[in-house]
Design a protein around this ligand. Structure first.
Ligand SMILES: [Zn+2]
Length: 177
């Protein structure tokens, strides 16, 4: 389909050489709009000048910075977070606004969000045993009980048993000493 369109362009250009097709050069550029966050990233960059005149970016700058902003969105950052990262505490003198923004976006990029919030194991807390956000796993204490917990978690009974044995062992050690 693209080849057909190009062939038509060729015929068109041959018959009317004074009219260079402006879309031809644009379509030759790699399109980075594959991301779902592309439009949001562009809108954010274009809108920066509402916050700060110095960030009135050229189209070229916006095109260059867009992937960096998309990376933030891909990592779960909100529009507010990206905006803040770029525009908070801007020094009085910014010689190269686009370079400044690129630097900020690169250096402050947050890590990817884990797929699920990781709840730190609260040992001995009975409520921690009913978390629905984990897949079913067997108790690591060896009782064959299954529950929704991070891999390697001991159930309450096994923990109690373990603690009892530890206490016993300590008692034995205490007597031996
Ligand atoms: Zn167990």
């Amino acid at each position: 389909m693209e080849d057909a369109a190009r062939a038509e362009d060729g015929v068109f250009a041959a018959s009317e050489p004074t009219a260079p097709e402006p879309t031809a050069s644009e379509s030759a550029e790699p399109q980075s709009s594959g991301s779902e966050h592309h439009d949001k990233a562009v809108a954010l960059l274009v809108g920066l000048r509402r916050t700060d005149d110095r960030f009135t970016l050229s189209r070229r700058d916006i095109r260059r910075l867009t992937p960096a902003v998309i990376a933030w969105f891909d990592n779960g950052a909100s529009v507010t977070a990206v905006h803040h990262a770029m525009t908070a505490n801007v020094p009085a003198l910014v010689e190269h606004p686009a370079g400044f923004l690129a630097y900020r976006l690169r250096e402050l990029l947050p890590p990817t969000l884990p797929p699920m919030p990781v709840v730190p194991e609260r040992r001995g807390d009975p409520e921690a045993e009913a978390s629905p956000s984990y897949p079913m796993v067997d108790c690591a204490g060896g009782c064959n009980r299954a529950f929704r917990q991070p891999e390697g978690t001991w159930c309450r009974d096994c923990r109690a048993e373990r603690d009892r044995r530890t206490a016993e062992a300590e008692a034995v050690c205490g007597r031996a000493a």
